[in-house]
Design a protein around this ligand. Structure first.
Ligand code: PEP
Length: 245
């Protein structure tokens, strides 16, 4: 299994940000892990062209369930693929919160990703209130069951565990807390998908930085990271890539 460092630029980035790709590619010509950048869809095509011939893959941050149609402002998985993407994030907590996405929506989006030949990065994670109520494993388990479609394999699906309270806050669960969730996810996925789940990559996401990446990547069943803020600058993201590779 090749580990994965995935960067989510969210609604950040203008044409000038494309230079970060050159810096990242120059610093990591042959990384020991897969490196993925998910820019805003306005930059995807240009970024994919710029990254071609480098070790950097590109992905979308969301997709519509339909391939095309009357859905103003939306982007389909097929369009992402056409723009050079090989991955798409689905069910990020910001989509779940800001756009009312349910597990059923996320599952349909993952299926749309597969239809277009993309690997789906399915995000799950508990709120602070849920963690404090001791519901973390139950919530994450329910999200996994509801959001990951039947037919998930190690090559068409990546799971990202992102505690909502750790995203963009600088707060990170303890290593034991991360390990507890990742071990439980592996158990659940193996029970459902069999041996193939042993190679499914389980990313941790939430305030990963070069300074904490090493210890997080040492936790059992952590196969990489989904990174927001620290993916915007090649120097920071490169530090995370180095810790993983
Ligand atoms: C994210 O949004 O997926 C994320 C993990 O953000 P950050 O790294 O900024 O916490």
């Amino acid at each position: 299994m090749k580990k994965l460092a995935a960067g989510n630029w969210k609604m950040n980035g203008l044409a000038e940000s494309l230079a970060e790709i050159d810096a990242l590619a120059a610093a990591h010509p042959a990384p020991g892990c897969e490196v993925l950048i998910c820019p805003p869809s306005t930059l995807l095509s240009k970024l994919s062209e710029r990254a071609s011939g480098t070790a950097i893959d590109t992905g979308g941050q969301d997709c519509h369930v339909a391939a095309s149609g009357a859905h103003t402002g939306d982007v389909s998985a097929e369009m992402l693929s056409d723009a050079g993407a090989t991955y798409v994030i689905v069910g990020h907590s910001e989509r779940r919160a800001d756009h009312g996405e349910t597990d059923a929506t996320v599952r349909a989006k993952a299926e749309a990703a597969w239809r277009a030949g993309l690997t789906a990065i399915v995000c799950v994670g508990e709120t602070l209130e849920q963690r404090e109520a001791g519901q973390t494993l139950a919530i994450v388990g329910a999200q996994l069951r509801g959001s990951v479609p039947d037919g998930a394999t190690a090559s068409n699906t990546v799971i990202a565990y992102e505690p909502v309270w750790a995203i963009g806050t600088g707060k990170v669960p303890t290593l034991d807390e991360i390990g507890e969730v990742h071990d439980d996810m592996r158990t659940q996925l193996t029970a459902r998908f069999g041996d193939d789940a042993s190679g499914m990559r389980l990313l941790y996401g939430g305030s990963v930085k070069p300074s904490n990446a090493n210890e997080i990547f040492g936790v059992s069943n952590v196969d990489g990271a989904l990174v927001g803020g620290a993916s915007l600058k090649a120097a920071d993201f490169g530090g995370i890539v180095s810790a993983l590779g």
